[in-house]
Design a protein around this ligand. Structure first.
Ligand code: GTP
Ligand code: MG
Length: 205
């Protein structure tokens, strides 16, 4: 898929105020600093469409970007970041939770995992929560440039193995990416394109 346009639409913390067009939407979620915003810039080939930072906690709010005039990418704040106070954290989690539970247009969420990290409870629990609520998701392994290809493959296989030994009967779709090396861009866009096609075909019926 060619990216012809990528535009920031709005940021807010209330799912009810998100754009109301019924076009397919994809959200990126994962620990703070895992590379959600960088991946949006890599996919769209826009240097600073989404704001990135070396310090965790950069993205706040629900950020909508409209791509090719007919689908949305959504950048979300990270989870598992301790600097916010307990009170802020619970508010933050509530609006993210509401977003996932109420957003009709959300056709697929991507849980981002730093390829260097072994499976962590917070990510596994979040995926279980998505699954339990019938929210389709894929896994995106990020920062693959930090490992040699063989080591990346080993990490990914071990990760999927952990999922299969846990609550999952089959592995979710997964992608290996590097925003700095543009790895995985085509595969991911192709996957999104396929879902977009099904969405628009179903909408026509
Ligand atoms: P929050 O908004 O704080 O939740 O973080 P985020 O998940 O959006 O991460 P962000 O994209 O801001 O990136 C965090 C840091 O990781 C930045 O310093 C990026 O330059 C770096 N980074 C992101 N993707 C990659 C990658 O593919 N390779 C490498 N080497 N660094 C990356
Ligand atoms: Mg971010």
């Amino acid at each position: 898929m060619k990216i012809k346009s990528a535009d920031f639409v709005m940021s807010n913390s209330d799912v009810a105020k998100c754009p109301n067009e019924l076009i397919p939407e994809y959200a990126f979620i994962g620990r703070s600093n895992v590379g959600k915003s960088s991946l949006i810039n890599m996919l769209t080939e826009r240097k600073s469409l989404a704001k990135t930072s070396g310090r965790p906690g950069k993205t706040q709010l629900i950020n909508h970007f409209k791509i090719n005039e007919n689908w949305f990418l959504v950048d979300l704040p990270g989870y598992g970041y301790a600097r916010v106070s307990k009170k802020d954290k619970s508010i933050f989690q509530k609006y993210i939770t509401n977003y996932f539970l109420q957003r009709e247009q959300l056709v697929c969420s991507f849980v981002l995992i730093d390829i260097r990290h072994n499976p962590q409870k917070i990510d596994l629990e979040f995926m279980e929560w998505l699954g339990g609520n019938g929210i389709p998701f894929g896994i995106i392994f990020t920062k693959a440039d930090k490992l040699k290809p063989k080591a990346s493959e080993k990490q990914v296989n071990a990760y999927i193995e952990t999922l299969l030994q846990g609550v999952w009967e089959e592995a979710p779709p997964y992608f290996i990416t590097s925003s700095s090396h543009r790895t995985g861009r085509e595969e991911l866009l192709q996957y999104i394109d396929g879902i977009n096609d099904s969405f628009f075909k179903a909408a026509k019926k």
